[in-house]
Design a protein around this ligand. Structure first.
Ligand SMILES: [Mg+2]
Length: 442
């Protein structure tokens, strides 16, 4: 019987119980099917309980600034596998190796014991999983495991966690839609260009966008970079008015002292949030800036585990938590971070400039989390992005909002043949030096 050959999970509905005398309806990913006896039913259930992981693969897709690292967890059930993403710019080979190392813990294990497997990946073999390479590798696998669980039960991931908490999610874009030159390389002495790109984002339907209007600065500099940043933000506000939300990402370039200057000079422009005004390690600096301005301070994309978020939240270092689901251990740890953020009434706006599985994960997460406010998105990083993925959520390009995915798991299918057309290449290096030759932050 087809459903048994597939070995999919089964669960009786009320209708199936009524059908018990003549046969039992069971649900699998292909829909409902009939087993003729109770013993067949329990054998089918037992088959799902004996499900095992048979392999963990990585597929690397070169996307200019990034190599998207897709993680595929295979099972012994024909046709049942999960997709995750573990993209970590400039550390692609390290993450691929880390996924391979972790897979040794997973082969033969039940993929539906996600928390148990997460604990193994994070705690076993002595070294904890909090470093960025391993936490990213864990995340890629964890997302794929949740994708499998959703497929086993025939529901999107957000329904596994209590169902949708909102009707739609708003997207924000990078200036230029994520093309490297517009977002990262528009010089801050060209305020007019910032205004033009802002208008283009709004013309594309976005009601919110992010810019990098703060230059790289030495630990202390004079007024010039501060005034340049102010001019860029003023130009964007002038271009789009007050009904559009503007974000500025400082990329943790400034010192706490310079971050404070940028935060204060930009405060009158009513930013939706000001991102990484100083290094994430400078929790005291973040807290001081957050206390000094009404602009919400956002950070968290480089924070990889619950205890580090605890320290950040307890210090009042931010109002917006930008956890990266593909860097902080996947859904399993992200859900704990979200619960902790709720205790502090901190908003969630996950970091998501990576590939399409990361976006699907952010969307699933967003439909399950009350404090989620907006989804970071890129659509113009490479022209063939849509060839790589078929997504389950519905995008309204007029309003740049999405409605929930109705497919099982993450709802994505990856075109592996298309991925193979973009094999690994070294990412474009982004190296910053100050005018005196010293090393700066990108
Ligand atoms: Mg950022």
């Amino acid at each position: 019987m087809d459903c048994r050959e597939r070995g999919d999970s089964v669960h009786k509905s009320a209708a199936s119980r009524l059908a018990a005398l003549s046969g039992i309806l069971v649900r699998n990913r292909a829909g409902l099917c009939l087993v003729s006896t109770m013993s067949e039913y329990f054998e089918s259930v037992g088959r799902s309980l004996r499900m095992k992981i048979t392999g963990v693969e990585t597929l690397v897709c070169h996307a200019r600034m990034r190599n998207w690292v897709f993680v595929k967890v295979l099972t012994d059930q024909p046709g049942l596998f999960g997709w995750g993403e573990a993209t970590l710019e400039w550390h692609t080979r390290s993450v691929v190796g880390a996924v391979d190392d972790l897979s040794q813990l997973l082969i033969g294990e039940d993929p539906t014991r996600v928390e148990h497997l997460w604990q193994m990946m994070w705690r076993q073999h002595f070294w904890h999983g909090s470093g960025i390479v391993r936490s990213t590798a864990i995340a890629g696998i964890d997302l794929a495991l949740w994708d499998i669980v959703g497929k086993v039960h025939g529901v999107p991931c957000h329904k596994l966690w209590g169902g949708p908490v909102r009707d739609f999610i708003r997207l924000y874009c990078h200036l230029g839609g994520g093309d490297m030159e517009s977002f990262y390389e528009t010089p801050v002495d060209n305020a007019k260009r910032f205004g033009e790109l802002a208008q283009r984002a709004v013309a594309e339907g976005f009601t919110a966008f992010k810019s990098m209007a703060v230059p790289s600065t030495m630990p202390i500099e004079g007024l010039r970079p501060v005034r340049a940043a102010e001019a860029c933000v003023a130009a964007m506000r002038e271009a789009v008015g007050e009904r559009i939300d503007i974000m500025v990402d400082c990329h943790a370039r400034p010192s706490p002292a310079m971050g404070m200057q940028f935060a204060k000079v930009l405060e009158p422009y009513g930013l939706y949030f000001l991102e990484e005004p100083c290094w994430p390690e400078s929790i005291d600096g973040l807290a001081a800036i957050n206390a000094a301005v009404t602009t919400p301070i956002a950070t968290g994309e480089r924070v990889t585990h619950l205890a580090a978020f605890r320290d950040l939240f307890a210090a009042k270092g931010c109002e917006v938590c930008q956890l990266d689901i593909t860097h902080c251990g996947g859904f399993t740890e992200a859900r704990r971070v979200a619960a902790l953020a709720d205790a502090y009434r901190i908003a969630l706006a996950p970091h998501n400039p990576q590939g399409p599985v990361s976006t699907a994960a952010s969307i699933e997460f967003g439909f399950s989390q009350p404090s989620y406010i907006i989804c970071e998105s890129v659509h113009n990083d490479v022209p063939w992005r849509s060839e790589i993925v078929d997504e389950g959520f519905q995008l309204d390009t007029k309003t740049r909002t999405v409605t929930p995915n109705t497919r099982p798991g993450l709802g994505v299918s990856i075109n592996e043949e298309a991925v193979r057309q973009h094999p690994f290449q070294q990412e474009v290096l982004q190296r910053v030096f100050y005018p005196d030759g010293g090393v700066g932050d990108w």
